[in-house]
Write a protein that binds this ligand. Structure first.
Ligand code: URA
Length: 202
């Protein structure tokens, strides 16, 4: 499948690398978040990650630093990765929307739609085995459903090539500590699957 960015439809279908996708975003103004952001937060991590995490959108710290999950939610996520036997170096992290919604409001459907081609191509470029969806927006985007994460979590979903783990957003667990064991149990499931399916060396 080809990268289809509005204004670039003329481009021939081909696989793209992460740098190229970032370059295509440039000073993106495809939605109004482009006008209020400080930095576009593209994504960070291992371009060959077996596990890709998808969050909702940058918060204040991420907007200022240009990197996903560097604030309180990021600290929480870092502390949880070991439950899946993972380190930050091994994974790739991106968000459904790449620019901070003002006052951390929910991203709007038009904003998600505008950003979708870029996230889709990030997923295609990384081609992870597992996608961990943090919160409602990522879970609904990946699983193409309106169902909430509460009903989706607790099991792994096969979506084509990808094994998808919808789970609570770490920031939500800061305010709902009773959700934390559920997030941990979802990540433990991912860890178990990874152990049972070791990467084949080429
Ligand atoms: N929350 C998210 O969903 N993404 C970030 O990058 C930071 C906080």
């Amino acid at each position: 499948m080809a990268l289809r960015i509005p204004g670039h439809e003329h481009q021939a279908p081909r696989e793209v690398g992460l740098e190229e996708i970032r370059d295509l975003m440039g000073n993106c103004q495809l939605c109004e978040l482009g006008q209020t952001r400080n930095n576009l937060v593209f994504g960070v991590g291992n371009p060959r990650a077996r596990v890709m995490f998808i969050g909702e959108g940058p918060g204040r710290n991420e907007d200022l630093q240009g990197e996903p999950f560097v604030g309180a939610a990021g600290k929480k996520l870092d502390s949880l990765l070991c439950v899946a036997g993972l380190t930050r170096d091994e994974i790739y992290i991106a968000n459904v929307v790449k620019c901070r919604p003002p006052s951390n409001r929910n991203p709007r459907p038009a904003e998600i739609e505008a950003c979708s081609p870029f996230l889709r191509e990030q997923v295609r470029s990384i081609w992870p085995d597992v996608i961990v969806c943090l919160g409602n927006f990522a879970s609904q985007w990946v699983l193409k459903t309106q169902a909430g994460v509460t009903s989706l979590r607790g099991q792994l979903h096969q979506v084509g090539h990808f094994l998808v783990c919808p789970t609570f957003h770490p920031a939500a667990c800061i305010y709902h500590p009773d959700w934390l064991p559920l997030l941990e149990s979802d990540l433990a499931m991912v860890g178990q699957w990874l152990r049972e399916h070791p990467k084949e060396e080429v």
